[in-house]
Design a protein around this ligand. Sequence first.
Ligand code: ZN
Ligand code: ZN
Length: 171
Amino acid sequence: MRFNEYGGEAARLAADLVNASRPLTPELLEPILSAHGVAEATLPTEHVQELTRWCDRLAACFDRQELRQRCEVINGLLADTASQPYISLHDGQPHLHYSSPGADSAAHVRAVTAAGLAYVVCFAGADRLGRCAREACDRAFVDTSRNGRRTYCSLRCANNDAVARHRAKHR
Ligand SMILES: [Zn+2]
Ligand SMILES: [Zn+2]
């Protein structure tokens, strides 16, 4: 898994896990994990429970909050991943891997999502972790836009909200 200043696939995985409907099940989680390049995506039941608790903690990272507080939340995640970063050469280019080769899929997901969110805060800016401004939506997103001023999870939500505001004004 590759990381860029926006946390790459790992930060997007974190957002998708936060946005996944509850209760989480293996059927729900496995496609999300494999869509984000988690190779070993099979999940025993006890891992689903573990990941549900983890996703609640990931959710807190996207809430609007002071920088210091957000860092504390993410530091808490990093502390609980017990990850052992190492340089991998499996695709020819040196890059960091955050979970040990033998780690189970839940441990792997914990390690990469914590690292991905930390990348966003340290290299792109903490405000790049956000939640959709449309009240009925509230989905978590990673803002990878050039100016970093995204307030909606999608163009659809931005348009819906614009229409609603327009209607409200002309009522
Ligand atoms: Zn790799
Ligand atoms: Zn939205």
